[in-house]
Design a protein around this ligand. Structure first.
Ligand SMILES: [Zn+2]
Length: 385
């Protein structure tokens, strides 16, 4: 496979599950075009039907579970649930290293309803983070699992059959057609697209003395339990046209705070991934594996939503994408008690050397700020032919 960028946005074909058509356009861009042809009024009617189907008529229980981080999407999900008459139980799985802004936004969201917070056993969780960091190059792995499974467990145990998720990430960011059309999130979706990277919860048993009992909240409920609870996981992004920037503006009117002192490390925006001090390390690992980072995701969305041109996206990505996230890394090293050398060795082992310049001795070339040097820096349309 030769390396190339989408001719409409700036996404490379190294992104897992992303396909390109004969015009060199990625399927996320085609999805965005398709979103313009969807009858959103009909979808809204479908949502009203969903609401009346799941509304607890007796008022004796919550109407839906909303898994939340406290960020912009969480605010929007909770707001929409309320707007359409649902009484939500919001469920939060604690961020890896929650910062002050994350705490503030999590408090703010309680205007929309009750919040159930899961506070993890920090020692067990840290062991899982480190193991996943070394095994699959993603320290946030237990967090992805926790967000998905704990909310579903709560839904099952509280007998609240509707779980209201946010965007359908395959529709927003690209993925197989069947997944893009999907309006439900179930176990299969989680296993395929939930970012589990082939690592299973069972694999954690025995790691640094972790027992099965330590992992109760990380196991997804059984099919029998799900069926008995009549569980239905819906993507709000199926029913309403998703536009992050518009939603951020609206949610700011409800007290949602963005990062005021500049963009989030690794990108040029200030409205996403605000709650965790080391999440930029997770984005950086994606960059070394696939050659694109969070700035590329954001630039592609802005192109697809008609806010910037492809040329402007190229400029933004060149300036911000994949830069060595020094603030997050220093927090990361302190939190996990790791040396910079250890960190580099592990990250380098996940770095795709086809995508970055290497020295004659095989080591990775680095810019003065320790950033890697991309091999495929030419985004021009000519270079994609
Ligand atoms: Zn594209």
């Amino acid at each position: 496979m030769s390396f190339r960028y989408c001719t409409k946005c700036v996404m490379p074909n190294t992104k897992p599950d992303l396909s390109f058509d004969e015009e060199g356009v990625c399927d996320a861009c085609r999805s965005a075009e398709m979103k313009g042809t969807i009858d959103w009024e009909a979808r809204e009617t479908e949502f009203r039907e969903l609401v009346s189907r799941f509304k607890n008529k007796s008022g004796g229980n919550y109407d839906c579970v909303i898994p939340i981080s406290g960020g912009k999407d969480s605010h929007y999900q909770a707001y929409m649930a309320r707007k359409y008459g649902l009484n939500p139980l919001m469920v939060n799985f604690e961020a890896t290293l929650r910062n002050e802004l994350g705490r503030k936004n999590l408090e703010n969201i309680r205007q929309f309803g009750d919040l159930l917070e899961f506070k993890k056993n920090p020692e067990i969780y840290k062991k899982m983070c480190l193991y996943a960091f070394k095994q699959v190059g993603d320290h946030e792995w237990p967090n992805h699992i926790g967000i998905f499974t704990f909310s579903v467990r709560v839904a099952v145990q509280f007998r609240i059959p509707l779980v209201l998720w946010g965007e359908n990430s395959q529709l927003e960011y690209g993925g197989p057609k069947a997944a893009r059309m999907k309006n439900v999130l179930d176990r299969r979706w989680l296993e395929e697209f939930g970012g589990l990277l082939g690592l299973r919860v069972e694999d954690m048993i025995g790691v640094e003395g972790i027992t099965k009992e330590d992992l109760v909240s990380y196991f997804y409920p059984s099919d029998k339990e799900l069926e008995e609870a009549g569980l239905f996981g819906a993507f709000l992004g199926y029913y309403f046209k998703w536009d992050a920037r518009q939603q951020v503006q609206l949610m700011q009117k409800y007290g949602f705070s963005v990062k005021e002192d500049g963009p989030v490390e690794g990108t040029y925006t200030n409205y996403e991934n605000l709650d965790d001090a080391i999440v930029a390390v997770h984005d950086y690992l994606k960059f070394v594996k696939f050659g694109f980072g969070r700035a590329t995701d954001h630039a592609c969305l802005d192109v697809r939503n008609g806010r910037i041109t492809r040329d402007e996206a190229v400029k933004l990505v060149t300036e911000y994408d994949g830069k060595w996230p020094k603030v997050a890394i220093s927090e990361f090293l302190e939190f996990f008690n790791m040396t910079p050398e250890e960190f580099d060795t592990i990250v380098d082992s996940f770095t795709d050397k086809m995508l970055f310049e290497v020295n004659s001795d095989g080591s990775l070339q680095r810019a003065p700020d320790h950033s890697l040097v991309k091999k495929y820096g030419d985004y021009s349309l000519e270079a994609q032919r």
